[in-house]
Design a protein around this ligand. Structure first.
Ligand SMILES: CC(C)(COP(=O)(O)OP(=O)(O)OC[C@H]1O[C@@H](n2cnc3c(N)ncnc32)[C@H](O)[C@@H]1OP(=O)(O)O)[C@@H](O)C(=O)NCCC(=O)NCCS
Length: 208
C-alpha cells in the first residue's frame, strides 16, 4: 500500500451489487465452502440495526477493493442493564490487495468514525492476529462473554475494543450475535446463484 493510494467513502445504492461481489470474492471458501457474507450484507442494509453512516467502501483508481459495515447492538450486563455498543462486519479486502495494510486502514478509519458517532465499544467474532493490531483484546479477559460458550471459557475468537476508554469498567455481561447475521442458507444459495458460478471447496482451516 502506498500512502494515500485509496479512498474510503460511504457505499451508495449504485455500488450494492459490486460491493457484494467484492465480499463474495474475499470470503469465498475462507470460513466454509462458498460463503454467506455477501448475502448478510445484502439483507442487512434494510434492517433497523444497520448503521448506514458506517457502511463504507474502500476504492482504488475508481474500483472497490474492500468494504466494512456496522450494526447497533448491546451487551446484556449482569446488573440488568443493556449497554449499547456496536458490532462490525463483514469487513473484507479483495484477495489481490490483502496483507498490504488496506484492511487495517479501513478498520481504523471506520472505528474512528464509529467513535465519533458515539459508539462506546465494539464486540465481534474475529482473528486476534488481525484485530489485535488495532487494539482488540479477547473479550472474556474484560468480563464480557460470548452467548454460545460457557462463561468460564476463554473464547479466543470473541473480541472487544473500547472506543471510549473505560466505558466497560466494572461491567460484566453477555454479548449475543445480532439476529441479522443468521441468514437462511437456502435463501443465500438462491441469492448466490445471481453471481457467476464459483466452485465450493472444503479447505483446511474452515470453520464449517
Ligand atoms: C481480514 C482482512 C480484512 C485483513 O485485511 P488485510 O488488508 O489483508 O490486512 P492488513 O494487511 O491491513 O493487515 C494488518 C495486520 O494484520 C495482520 N493480518 C492480516 N490478516 C491476517 C491473517 N489472516 N492472519 C494473521 N494476521 C493477519 C497482518 O499481518 C498485518 O500485520 P502487520 O501490520 O504487523 O504486518 C482481509 O484479509 C480479508 O478480507 N480476508 C477475507 C475475509 C475475512 O476474513 N474478513 C474478516 C472476517 S472477521
Amino acid at each position: 500500500m502506498k500512502q494515500n493510494d485509496y479512498t474510503i467513502r460511504l457505499e451508495t445504492p449504485a455500488d450494492y451489487r459490486e460491493t457484494e461481489r467484492v465480499v463474495r470474492e474475499a470470503f469465498w471458501n475462507v470460513y466454509r465452502p462458498g460463503c454467506l457474507e455477501h448475502y448478510v450484507l445484502h439483507t442487512y442494509r434494510t434492517r433497523p440495526d444497520f448503521v448506514p453512516e458506517l457502511d463504507f467502501v474502500m476504492e482504488q483508481d475508481g474500483r472497490i477493493i474492500g468494504q466494512v459495515m456496522y450494526v447497533r447492538t448491546c451487551i446484556h450486563a449482569d446488573d440488568g442493564r443493556d449497554i449499547p455498543i456496536m458490532t462490525m462486519g463483514p469487513i473484507c479486502i479483495l484477495p489481490d490487495w490483502q496483507r498490504q495494510g488496506y484492511g487495517k486502514a479501513l478498520l481504523d478509519y471506520s472505528m474512528e468514525r464509529a467513535r465519533a458517532m458515539g459508539a462506546a465499544a465494539l464486540c465481534f467474532e474475529g482473528n486476534i492476529d488481525f484485530y489485535g493490531k488495532s487494539g482488540f483484546v479477547v473479550a472474556s479477559t474484560r468480563g464480557i462473554h460470548y452467548y454460545a460458550e460457557p462463561r468460564d471459557a476463554e473464547v479466543p475468537y470473541f473480541l472487544l475494543k473500547e472506543l471510549e476508554a473505560g466505558c466497560l469498567d466494572g461491567i460484566s455481561g453477555v454479548y449475543q450475535t445480532p439476529d441479522g447475521y443468521f441468514v437462511d442458507e437456502d435463501e443465500a444459495a438462491r441469492f448466490d446463484a445471481q453471481f457467476p458460478a464459483k466452485e465450493k471447496l472444503h479447505l483446511p482451516g474452515q470453520l464449517v
